[in-house]
Design a protein around this ligand. Structure first.
Ligand SMILES: NC(=O)c1ccc[n+]([C@@H]2O[C@H](COP(=O)([O-])OP(=O)(O)OC[C@H]3O[C@@H](n4cnc5c(N)ncnc54)[C@H](O)[C@@H]3O)[C@@H](O)[C@H]2O)c1
Length: 248
């Protein structure tokens, strides 16, 4: 039976690849993003290829917006089997004292408050289906590079929250896990790889990854779909690095 999947931040990068992977396996995928044009493009392309997809314009940091997303998903596909919290933003690599309070609040709201909102609002539906939550954190949470202070902390909060959710929801058969990708080329890394010489910066980062390359969106999509699958039925409360060995 087709499962009902919600993916936030699905208009580009990892979220797009995750949405495409679930759809290719026959699942019904609700794509959520602030980027309306990108989200509609991905949903349209999935449907044109014979898959099931819808797009809902959503600000994951806004409780009314996330509730609308959840209501629309349940109305469209009857319930929620899998929630992937992937939407996120970052700041350029800068000293912590140059990150102002407004930026701090926005990054925490988009990267972490969103996970609280989505999880708590979706819990009744997830309980009914013995569903799965997968949170896209970052290897940065435990191995920050210079200049990633506040971003790293949002991902640390996400990992801690994932473990707490796993404990609370286990009696209902709901699993919650996180993944921790290493640097990968997406829309977001225009900021994090931003430097006077992006190629040199890329070589420096690759040199810190034992497998010798950056991550690919397909690396992340493969692990997220695995964690949401019956093959991962006995995994909960973990954070799986997808990092080519960077965290060894
Ligand atoms: N790219 C990397 O190197 C890397 C590494 C580790 C973790 N991550 C994490 O992966 C996730 C996906 O990032 P990506 O690299 O694919 O970047 P991306 O910029 O391509 O994708 C992020 C998506 O989130 C959306 N988004 C941003 N704010 C939103 C909001 N308030 N509401 C709804 N959608 C919003 C953006 O529009 C975008 O489509 C993020 O959580 C990021 O922190 C990325």
């Amino acid at each position: 039976m087709a499962r009902s999947i919600m993916v936030t931040g699905a208009a580009s990068g990892f979220g797009e690849a995750i949405a495409r992977s679930f759809a290719a396996a026959g699942d019904a995928v609700m794509l959520a993003d602030l980027n309306e044009a990108g989200g509609r493009r991905v949903a349209h392309e999935i449907e044109a290829a014979g898959g099931k997809a819808r797009f809902q314009h959503t600000d994951v940091a806004d409780a009314r917006s996330t509730q609308k997303l959840i209501d629309a998903t349940i109305q469209w596909s009857g319930g929620i089997d899998v929630l992937v919290n992937n939407a996120g933003i970052t700041h350029p690599p800068v000293p912590v004292e140059t990150i102002n309070e407004v930026e701090f609040d926005r990054i925490f709201a988009v990267n972490f408050k969103s996970v609280y909102l989505m999880a708590t609002q979706a819990i009744p539906a997830l309980r009914k289906r013995k569903g799965v939550i997968v949170n896209v954190a970052s290897v940065t949470a435990e191995h920050p590079r210079w200049g990633q202070s506040v971003y790293a902390a949002t991902k640390g909060a996400m990992i801690s929250f994932t473990r707490a959710l796993a404990i609370e929801l286990a009696p209902d058969g709901v699993r919650a896990n996180a993944v921790a990708p290493v640097a990968s080329l997406t829309g977001m890394t225009k900021n994090t790889l931003g430097s006077a010489d992006p190629q040199e910066r890329r070589r420096q980062i690759e040199a810190t990854i034992p497998l010798g390359r950056l991550g690919e969106s397909s690396d992340i999509a493969g692990v997220v779909t695995f964690l949401a699958s019956p093959a991962a039925a006995f995994l909960t409360g973990i954070c799986l690095p997808i990092d080519g060995g960077r965290s060894i």
